[in-house]
Write a protein that binds this ligand. Structure first.
Ligand code: GDP
Ligand code: MN
Length: 375
């Protein structure tokens, strides 16, 4: 929560206050939902579609693009189309965007993945999860089915929206000149990204990029007393030439935008700067030797390349993915008696308290303020 405040207080306001009749009079943005999924996730996909259709898309009718490294079967495609009246497209993700790239020795990479499995790193031993993270980090926006779009809204199986969204978030982002929108920011599991910051910071430093104020959301000054950590033994497939001590006295605070929800401009990812960033991260081997998620990759790229004013915190969207959720301040679940897990779920008592304090100190009206018709 303190990290969210770095963005929200000065730079970013809720787009719409109170509850509106859905305004569909303006033309739609050039945008689509993007869903990466497998056939076996059909039930979860339907759950997510029912939710977004009920709370938003039955009025706005944005198209869907479904992507899969395998082939969608007929049942999947027929069923999905039954749950929306919007256009639906299905695409395959080719080997150039999925799997091991040709510049890496797949044996070395596979060993790296297996080792993370042995060390019980979450999803670390799961090859396909690494493929998925790299795809969402460096490729989805290059998929031919997305070529015609300027904006996307990422949707995952088994998510839930609680509140009606009665305005068009794409149009608001365009109007307010935003680039990237999120609903939840959380801390990454440190062991999944031990070296991610070395490379992100090196990208920033080697390209002489000045922070525009967002970098500070993801970094903390290094504690003074601490001995500099010993550089890890170089692993195969790592860049040899990045100086691990040259990070200007900062370290990663593990904060990241939780990327299972994103509304963003595709041209941010299609920019030369983002491509250079991705190449540097990719060539380090970190998608294999560690289990870098697309969430910290997107976040650190935003930290280097964007400013707080470019980011929008969708604090009025009620949203849940698995165990973590965000509930707007005026939602019924926020009213007494307080249900402690409904704001944001974490197993950590201290974090929950911080979250509560954050909401207590939130300076926007808590009743009939942000958000709308939550249930
Ligand atoms: P989590 O949210 O981090 O627990 O990861 P998920 O299992 O939800 O995966 C993130 C997204 O990628 C979801 O939309 C999944 O459907 C999708 N996904 C993950 N692995 C694969 C895969 O191997 N193939 C395909 N086609 N989609 C995948
Ligand atoms: Mn998921």
């Amino acid at each position: 929560p303190p990290a969210i405040r770095k963005i929200s207080e000065k730079h970013d306001k809720v787009f719409v206050t109170g509850c509106l009749e859905p305004d569909t009079s303006q033309p739609r943005a050039n945008a689509a939902f993007v869903v990466l999924a497998r056939n076996k996730e059909l039930d979860g996909v339907i759950q997510s579609m029912k939710s977004i259709e009920r709370h938003f898309n039955r009025w706005y009718n944005y198209p869907y693009v479904f992507l899969n490294d395998g082939d969608f079967n007929q049942t999947f495609m027929d069923t999905v189309k039954n749950y929306t009246s919007a256009t639906v497209e299905f695409g395959k993700v080719g080997p150039e965007m999925w799997g091991y790239p040709d510049w890496i020795d797949p044996k070395v990479a596979k060993e790296g993945v297996n080792k993370q499995g042995d060390n019980a790193i979450m999803y670390g031993g799961m090859e396909s999860y690494h493929f998925m993270c790299r795809f969402y980090s460096g490729f989805f926006y290059k998929h031919e089915l997305l070529a015609k779009y300027e904006w996307y809204w990422r949707l995952e199986p088994e998510i839930k929206y609680f509140c009606d969204i009665t305005y068009d978030p794409f149009l608001k982002m365009i109007e307010q000149n935003k680039t990237y929108g999120f609903t939840i920011a959380v801390k990454e599991l440190r062991e999944t990204v031990p070296n991610i910051f070395r490379y992100a910071a090196a990208y920033k430093r080697l390209n002489n990029i000045e922070s525009q104020g967002l970098w500070e959301m993801f970094t903390e000054p290094k504690p003074e007393k601490k001995e500099p950590p010993k550089p890890e033994k170089p692993k195969p497939a790592r860049l040899p030439d990045v100086d691990p001590e040259g990070m200007e006295g900062e370290e990663y605070n593990m904060c990241h935008f939780w990327s299972n929800f994103e509304i963003a401009r595709l041209d941010f990812f299609r920019s030369k700067e983002y491509e250079d960033f991705f190449q540097m991260m990719d060539r380090s081997g970190g998608f294999w030797m560690e289990r870098w998620g697309d969430a910290p990759i997107h976040s650190l790229a935003a930290g280097v390349l964007l400013a707080p004013r470019d980011i929008h915190y969708f604090r009025d969207f009620g949203y849940r993915h698995t165990t973590i959720q965000h509930c707007p301040a005026n939602a019924p679940t926020r009213q007494l008696p307080r249900q402690p897990f409904l704001e944001k779920t974490t197993t950590n008592e201290r974090e929950r308290r911080e979250e509560d304090e954050y909401w207590e100190s939130w300076d926007e009206p808590k009743e009939n303020g942000v958000g709308c018709r939550c249930r």
